[in-house]
Ligand binder design. Structure first.
Ligand code: GAR
Length: 205
């Protein structure tokens, strides 16, 4: 690990395709950053294998071995603080993070969510967008605050909902956009191009 590089910790619970998009951005040099650590709360998460395949330090931190959420988060904090991490990226990390974690890394945590927030926060959002009859949905990269899926919005991409879409086809097209905007949002932060003004994230030229 080179100390001067903008260093990421990635938290993921599943297949890790967003993690892969970030790895690809770094390997193609379109993102000047490095991944210092990948942590998963799920033992068999494919994200861990992806990290391992690219020589990235990775760790399964088992929530069942901690008495409560707070102590789990204290362990997460400890592992992240043991590296010089500039930004924590939640990439399909399916746990809600509490006050202690969020205050420790204030404005240093971002998340990707598969809807155009503030529409459809929470779970099963592609299905809910279809059922609602929305004509457009998309994805959002946002800072993480204490309320679920409600921190300041960094980037969004819009995806039209087609008449013959089902949950799977819609999720796939949203995911393509996620893989574009997540590395791009990280690049903007790494290059110091964003400032927060209340809830608004201003993009400097
Ligand atoms: C992505 O669609 C991401 O937006 C979503 O989980 C998926 C993870 O995919 N995250 C959330 O729903 C968080 N609220 P991945 O493991 O292939 O990156």
């Amino acid at each position: 690990m080179t100390p001067e590089k903008f260093t990421l910790a990635i938290l993921a619970s599943g297949r890790g395709s967003n993690l892969q998009a970030i790895i690809d951005g770094i390997e193609k040099n379109s993102l000047q950053a490095e991944i210092g650590l990948v942590i998963s709360d799920v033992k068999n998460a494919f994200a861990l294998e992806r990290a391992h395949n690219h020589g990235i330090e990775c760790l399964f931190l088992d929530p069942k071995t901690f008495p409560d959420r707070k102590s789990y988060e204290q362990a997460l904090v400890k592992h992240i603080q043991s590296k010089s991490i500039n930004l924590i990226c939640l990439a399909g990390f399916m746990r809600i993070l509490g006050k202690h974690f969020i205050e420790t890394f204030s404005n240093q945590i971002i998340n990707i969510h598969p809807s155009l927030l503030p529409a459809f926060p929470g779970l099963n959002v592609q299905k809910r967008a279809l059922e609602h009859g929305a004509r457009f949905t998309g994805c959002t990269v946002h800072y993480v605050n204490e309320e679920v899926d409600s921190g300041p919005i960094i980037l969004q991409a819009m995806v039209p909902i087609l008449d013959d879409d089902d949950e799977s086809s819609l999720s796939e097209r949203i995911l393509e956009q996620e893989h574009i905007i997540y590395p791009e949002a990280i690049r903007l932060i790494a290059e110091g191009k964003l400032t927060l003004s209340g809830r608004r994230v201003l993009h400097c030229k």
